[in-house]
Design a protein around this ligand. Sequence first.
Ligand SMILES: [Zn+2]
Length: 189
Amino acid sequence: MSNQGRSPTRPFPWRCVECGARAVEPSVFDHTATLKHDGKAHEFKVEGLEAPRCKECGEFILTDAAAEQITDAFRGHLSLLTPNQIRSRLKELGLRQTDLARATGIAAETVSRWLSGVQLQSRALDRFIRVYFEFDAVRDFLENPASSMDAPGRQNPLDEGNRPPASTSADARNVADRGSTWAFPRLAA
Ligand SMILES: [Zn+2]
């Protein structure tokens, strides 16, 4: 298998920076990595890692493609949503990544880094966005968290008694349209 879209500039074998042998060649091998997530070190296996590797000492070069393969394996090890899974959920819901960022309060740059695969979400945020994707009520709630979090017993402006006159006359509409009389922007037409 060749490195996708990444042809080496110099012919193999390359000289190994670790042992000096001219023995670095494109290789496919299993690799055990240890990386931290949420402050805890995790050891996991990367099967079929593709990278230029020294046949003498085993040192390999961490190309961008290899780093991505390791990140993907780590994400799998942690059972976190993948960028593609996040993208397809957003698409199903007709949302953009900026909508996700705004509604959840997660920085847009952070969401962008998740989707480009360079950063793994914490487990807490992974669960949060799963819940966000799963439940309409959660997304509705997050659209207007301030009013949703008011104390119980709050008065809904649309409760009986607070409604604008149930008139369809032009006058009544004009009052409503002026916007100053009613605190909420949208009235039933
Ligand atoms: Zn070597």
